[in-house]
Ligand binder design. Structure first.
Ligand code: 1CP
Length: 355
């Protein structure tokens, strides 16, 4: 159907949502499709609005702009789900940490590298500070057709902690990993605070109209198994349990990027409705590692999306062939790259819906 109409704020994605059906364990001839980072710089209409909005954080905290950017890829491609336009680093920002985005470089935070610096942060997330984010969720939900689902999200505690401790991405997250080895109690306290903050942030998005939430653990795949269990699996399990206890109807997608052979233990512990697969994952092994009836999400190579043509069709067909006999949400293995031609996204969606 048409992607964007005016609906009352109370309207939720209905029973006909392919996306929510997959999260309930249904196997469908035509699976749902959405893309991580489906809004962003590869779209000319995003670049145009970004230039008017000012900084990236101004864009995130201005409901009018953030709503528009969230809806742009839905209008163009009629995807099965919209994902709130925001960032994982709004959580440390709302805990009182200084956060900025340097043009062309990425996020920069005043690092929290010791117990003394940790003590400067708020004990609880300031949800009032994030009111524009929740207002955006409500506006997007009101604008979407009922069959288009709305996804809220947060970063997993480990990934968010790597930015909080290192002040930026890169260097194999060494600053956070050193703190975790040298001062495990300090790192544990930071992770515990992020679990509570993440639950509060996700539930506020659910109250505003999100039907599903995704937890992004972009960097935990690099951890050895014991550290992965402590810093990735356990906090994501806790978030999942707490969110479902407070909002039993909400669907949860857990994406531990690059979990690889650690996926089976992760999926056994975390009561999510779907597990995201990164580009390099072996899909057959992943299907065997995750309980039957639980959906998998992924994992078309974002570089195949840049290439387009027969290679993109083959990449989509591979996902459908390997995972289509179970509950499936077609997505990329990581975010859309900036150099992606928008018409390749249209090609990917058409290929998924061909069946
Ligand atoms: O226009 C710009 O300059 C901003 C680029 C940008 C965008 C479009 C950033 C800065 N964040 C976002 C949006 C964003 N980030 C979304 C929106 C919804 C979507 O369309 O998917 C989401 C879900 C995120 C999540 C996010 N932010 C993650 C987890 C997912 C992933 O990509 O691994 C991470 C690690 C971040 C941190 C971040 N924010 C922005 C950048 C460039 C980065 C990565 C920095 C790094 O590589 O270390």
């Amino acid at each position: 159907g048409g992607a964007v109409t005016n609906r009352p704020a109370t309207s939720a994605a209905g029973a006909e949502s392919r996306f929510l059906k997959a999260l309930s364990g249904e196997v469908q001839t035509v699976p749902p499709v959405w893309l991580m980072r489906q809004a962003g710089r590869y779209l000319p209409e995003y670049r145009e609005l970004r230039a008017r909005a000012g900084s990236f954080l101004d864009l995130c905290y201005t409901p009018e702009f953030a709503t528009e950017v969230t809806l742009q890829p839905i209008r163009r491609f009629a995807l099965d789900a919209a994902i709130l336009f925001s960032d994982i680093l709004v959580v440390p920002h709302a805990l009182g940490q200084e956060v900025r985005f340097v043009e062309g470089e990425g996020p920069r935070l005043d690092p929290v590298a010791s117990l003394a610096e940790f003590a400067q942060l708020r004990e609880e997330i300031d949800l009032g500070f994030l009111a524009p984010v929740y207002e955006t969720v409500a506006r997007v939900r009101a604008a979407l057709d009922p069959e288009v689902a709305l996804i809220g999200f947060c970063g997993a505690p480990y990934t968010v902690a790597t930015y909080m401790v290192g002040g930026r991405g890169g260097d194999e997250q060494a600053a956070a990993r050193k703190l975790a080895y040298r001062e495990p109690e300090t790192f544990q306290a930071l992770i515990d605070r992020l679990v509570e903050a993440s639950v509060a942030h996700l539930l506020a998005q659910v109250r505003a109209g999100a039907q599903a939430v995704q937890v992004f653990d972009s960097w935990s795949g690099d951890l050895p198994p014991a550290e992965f269990a402590r810093w990735s699996t356990e906090p994501i399990r806790a978030i999942c349990v707490k969110v479902k206890a407070a909002a039993p109807e909400v669907k949860v997608i857990a994406f531990a990027r690059g979990a690889g052979a650690k996926l089976a233990d992760f999926a056994a512990a975390v009561p999510a409705d779907a597990f995201g697969l990164a580009t390099a994952e072996n899909r057959t092994a992943a299907r065997a590692a995750v309980p039957a009836g639980v959906a998998l999400q992924g994992n078309v190579d974002p570089i195949a999306l840049v290439a387009g043509g027969a290679a993109l069709d083959a990449a989509v067909d591979g996902v459908l062939a390997d995972l289509g006999h179970g509950p499936l949400i077609v997505n990329l293995g990581h975010g859309v790259r900036q150099e992606t031609p928008p018409e390749h996204v249209a090609q990917m969606v058409a290929r998924v819906r061909r069946g």
